[in-house]
Design a protein around this ligand. Sequence first.
Ligand SMILES: [Zn+2]
Ligand SMILES: [Zn+2]
Length: 260
Amino acid sequence: MLRFASLGSGSKGNALVVEAGNTRVLLDCGFGPRNLLQRLARLGLGGDDIDAIVVTHEHSDHIAGAFPCARRYGYSLHLTHGTHVAALRSKPDLHEYAVDLHLIDSHQVFAIGDLQIQPFPVPHDAREPVQFVFSDGQHRLGVLTDLGFSTPHVIDSLTGCEALVLECNHDADMLANGNYPASLKQRIGGRFGHLDNAAAAALLGQLDTSQLQHLIAAHLSEHNNTPLLAQQALADVLGCAADWIGVADQEAGFDWRTLA
Ligand SMILES: [Zn+2]
Ligand SMILES: [Zn+2]
């Protein structure tokens, strides 16, 4: 059995719990130690129930709490060389954190306890960003947030998954008509920024979704998107009701979803 839940999703902080057998891993940790405990408690978990943190890239909404929580609670920490270098560059005192650090190869599957974890590199404005497919040996959960544009390798990595957490960052019209400065609009909408709803839908349309049991729209902009716009864009591809699509909330995340 594989199950997963979100502790929060969006530019103010991300963390996803993935569980198989006796193993529980956090994907990203944008929350500090005390905030993390409060969010874990909503799922009936304590700090000791997590084994490891796997980090996608060095942006603070994904990594801010990773080193402090790994140090405080003794989690192993898994990230690419590029993410590690970039994290140390922006916060040199991380050198002094005595954490159980594991550098991962962005193309090489690795295991943490009962979980198999396949990284795949993605285009995004970070040093060596990756996203992941998690498996208990039977079921596959693909997670994709923070992506500038889709690539054939992204499609190959995610196709056929039974569960997907998929970035729907913004609605292109809302971003264009909103009051962000032009440079920020360009970064978000550019090739190393974030997927808009239409791009996420186009990506979904290229995947084999015949096994799909759970689809969650994630990393929604609080200013440039609405849950309904994201749900509708994805539902149109699958031909399902909009409310079948889950939405990962910045504050509430989403509750356990199970693949069995
Ligand atoms: Zn992000
Ligand atoms: Zn990012």
